[in-house]
Design a protein around this ligand. Sequence first.
Ligand code: GTA
Length: 335
Amino acid sequence: ASAAAAAMAECPRTKRKREEDEADAAEPRDGVASAAPAAAAFPLAELSVRRVLRESARDKAIFLHGQVTGPSGESTDAVVILEKTPFQEEKIPELLRKHARLELQMRNDIYSTYHLYPPPELSEIKTTVVYPATEKHLRKYLRQEVHLVRETWEDYKNITLPFIQSQSFSLQWVYNILEKKAEADRIIHENPDPCDGFVLVPDFKWNQSQLDDLYLIALVHRRDVKSLRDLTGEHLPLLRNILREGQEAVAERFGVPGSRLRVYLHYQPSYYHLHVHFTALGYEAAGSAAERAHLLADVLDNLALDSRYYQRRALTCALRADEPLLAKFREAGRL
Ligand code: GTA
């Protein structure tokens, strides 16, 4: 009860920001918000596919733009991501024993290939749905060339900040987790301190069936820190808590030690509420490349050396070709 009470308390430094955000969340910029997830399953069979936004043979994933037609004939956009999941070692004997069919494709000397048809319970396709999806979601998932921009602190203040204040994705899903209105049963660890606390939950991208693609996300309780750019020495206790407690919680729950985890922040993130990614070191998660990922341990050292490190240096950002922020950099003659 005391942990719950602490989580309800508020970091004095963030009170004003929360009030602004609540007003903001009531009227989300991308026009989509819900306090809690709808209970009904998504009508997948009724989805009419408009186009393939992206597909990846390597990741065995396809990103679809589809539409669902409502009772009065209106169409609503959705993004549906279908993704084959990694093998679970412990299910292999069952897969071999219970396969529905094994069809020879070719044989040559000692070499042969087959089509193996597993039973339905062993052929899961991870399905992620964004519904209703905004134009911005469709753009986000569309395959695009990316361009690197070197964003100085001046650029951040004059170009990026006004842009993210005017049109970033709704943070309602984050507030739902922090307020236990969604995913409450999935919480792996919580430090309820309103200033230096956070909630650790499995990321959206992880089905938790196997550890190869382990992916969790730590969401900070305070609401006044948008991204890496806002961090100063003041946030060191918060960041140290995330690293230490996050690693301990993952080791305890999943048996993966800190030395096997990649713990990092994105710059630019998609969602401007500070969060930290925890992924299995052997897993090349989308967004773990050098141009986007900043290791939390390095961020801590940089801030300990210089409290205003992230307000002094230029940061590289990878922006998609059709991203309005990239256009803003072009207009400002910064590209
Ligand atoms: N637990 O409701 C949620 C939720 N949402 C809406 C987002 N996340 C959530 N987690 C929970 N519940 O890791 C997670 C996201 C992401 C993090 C936000 O929050 O899965 P970020 O702000 O740094 O933004 O992190 P990021 O990484 O761009 O977000 P996102 O949405 O994952 O996009 C990543 C890019 O990866 C996209 O452009 C997409 O095209 C690509 N991608 C590749 N594979 C996938 C996949 N399987 N699913 C989704 N996106 C993928």
